[in-house]
Design a protein around this ligand. Structure first.
Ligand SMILES: CC(C)(COP(=O)(O)OP(=O)(O)OC[C@H]1O[C@@H](n2cnc3c(N)ncnc32)[C@H](O)[C@@H]1OP(=O)(O)O)[C@@H](O)C(=O)NCCC(=O)NCCS
Length: 160
């Protein structure tokens, strides 16, 4: 279920960013096994939180504890359900959960061309680093690191 939404969200949000062939064909072989392993494998410190609309998955966030840092690995809201506060609520829940687990900072990677997500994080008080080349699920992308030196700032911004 999470993998299906993750794939649908990438196909929508990254349609002008990632290769069409990868989004149409290769993506399932990357994200399907990733989520099967993540949800069934060795327990990892952090949280996967879902938002439901009735019986349907509206969004999800995955965040992992890396020492004292909360690393937000994925945050996706179903296309058609965006800009209704779901993303902010999910990020706030995850940050609070990870703060309870002892983290004091937070960060994530965003594709540099994903201007909508960048504006979303900036509206939540993030600091954004210079673009850098990385690889994600077999794709070479230009990413920017988005970070909050204080996770308390992020939690407060998500709750406002
Ligand atoms: C980015 C994303 C997770 C945000 O979740 P969301 O539910 O759409 O956002 P919210 O409704 O919680 O937005 C909270 C605030 O950010 C703003 N915002 C959200 N998306 C925005 C966008 N694309 N451009 C500008 N502002 C945006 C909202 O206006 C809102 O501000 P306000 O409360 O002052 O009006 C969601 O749009 C999404 O899944 N996008 C596609 C996938 C993606 O890019 N994920 C992030 C990968 S790093």
């Amino acid at each position: 279920m999470i993998a299906d939404l993750h794939i649908a969200s990438w196909r929508d949000a990254y349609r002008d960013i990632l290769p069409a062939d990868f989004l149409a064909n290769g993506i399932e072989a990357e994200l399907g096994p990733h989520w099967a392993a993540t949800l069934s494998g060795r327990r990892r410190a952090g949280a996967v939180i879902v938002a439901m609309a009735g019986r349907h998955l509206a969004g999800f966030v995955a965040a992992w504890r890396d020492g004292v840092n909360c690393h937000v690995d994925n945050l996706h809201v179903r296309p058609g359900m965006r800009n209704a506060g779901i993303g902010r609520a999910l990020l706030g829940f995850a940050a609070q959960r990870l703060q309870d687990q002892g983290t004091v900072t937070a960060d994530l990677w965003v594709i540099a061309a994903n201007q909508g997500a960048l504006r979303f994080y900036l509206s939540l008080g993030a600091e954004v680093d210079a673009p850098t080349q990385r690889e994600t699920f077999g794709q070479v992308v230009i990413d920017r690191r988005v970070h909050w030196p204080s996770i308390t700032t992020l939690i407060a911004a998500c709750a406002r």
